[in-house]
Design a protein. Structure first.
Length: 293
């Protein structure tokens, strides 16, 4: 058995399963997710990234294996990533040994690193809840409930808490707050997406990025995602990131309003520098705005 114990958490590997237990001061997302048992068949690779303070042990899963990673769509910070472990300088040798053990097992079992067509991990334990800037979302496996706080807009609070069954949800999207841009946890009803901004949408939480606790909303998104009827189809079909979809929408600014289009270009640049948009996504979105000009 290979084992590494750090303040950030404990990882063990018995030849079949990588067991991950978060540390007491780990990011709220990792604490809420709790202990994770990752079967070897879900692992695409493992690596140790050294730095002057020690390094980071990272487990790479096969695409589509984890509902949390699917819901996050590459937007989880390292601190919130349940498959990354901060390693202290005096434990780098243990981390390298851990990597060798997992890699040898992957080679012996001939585990492919290709995406899978079903979730291989169970996801968050139900019931699950997550905070937002203007309320809290909870899910019990059958219904989603959005409870508003005093900071929510009247368009949300006027009708009280929103409760709707899973059968009324067509899709769920999570986008964290980035810089000065708010994020959201949004549930799209089967009758069609709401056109209002998340701030006024009764099917959405507005995420302000004021605390790490807000990131736990991704766990609600993951729990709902894996229970949607179209979850498997969503895994098979690659999707553009919400940030790219939002950035490339020409309808958000009239074609003749050059000031608005210039602001859009600046926003694209900020998203690109923040790592939200890849080089390819940035180029595609930028060309869409330039065509509008």
């Amino acid at each position: 058995m290979a084992e590494i114990i750090q303040r950030d958490g404990t990882w063990t590997f018995d030849g079949d399963t990588v067991r991950i237990v978060p540390g007491g001061k780990a990011h709220p997302v990792r604490q809420e997710l709790g202990e994770i048992a990752v079967p070897l068949e879900a692992v695409a690779g493992v690596s140790f990234e050294p730095d002057r303070k020690g390094g980071r042990l990272r487990l790479r899963l096969r695409g589509g294996a984890c509902p949390v990673l699917r819901a996050a769509d590459g937007r989880l910070k390292d601190g919130a990533d349940p498959y990354a472990l901060t390693v202290e300088k005096d434990r780098t040798g243990v981390a390298e040994y851990f990597v060798d053990e997992v890699r040898n097992a992957l080679l012996i079992e001939q585990v492919p690193d290709t995406p899978v067509d079903r979730f291989l991990l169970p996801g968050p334990t139900l019931p699950v809840s997550g905070g937002g800037g203007d309320g809290t979302a909870s899910f019990d496996g059958e219904s989603v409930r959005l409870t508003w706080n005093w900071k929510a807009e009247e368009s949300k609070t006027a009708g009280g808490a929103s409760t709707f069954p899973l059968s009324r949800i067509a899709a769920v999207r999570w986008l964290p707050a980035i810089g000065l841009e708010n994020g959201y946890l949004r549930f799209e009803p089967v009758e069609g997406p709401v056109s209002a901004p998340p701030k006024y949408d009764p099917y959405a939480l507005d995420l302000w990025g004021m605390s790490k606790k807000e990131h736990t909303a991704v766990l609600v998104a993951a729990a709902v995602l894996m229970r949607l009827p179209g979850a498997r189809a969503a895994l098979d079909a690659p999707q553009a990131s919400p940030a790219l979809t939002k950035a490339a929408e020409p309808a958000a600014a009239p074609a003749g309003d050059h000031d608005a289009l210039l602001r859009r270009l600046r926003e694209l640049g900020e998203l690109h520098r923040a790592g939200v948009l890849t080089d390819e996504e940035f180029s595609t979105a930028k060309q869409a705005v330039l065509r509008s000009m």
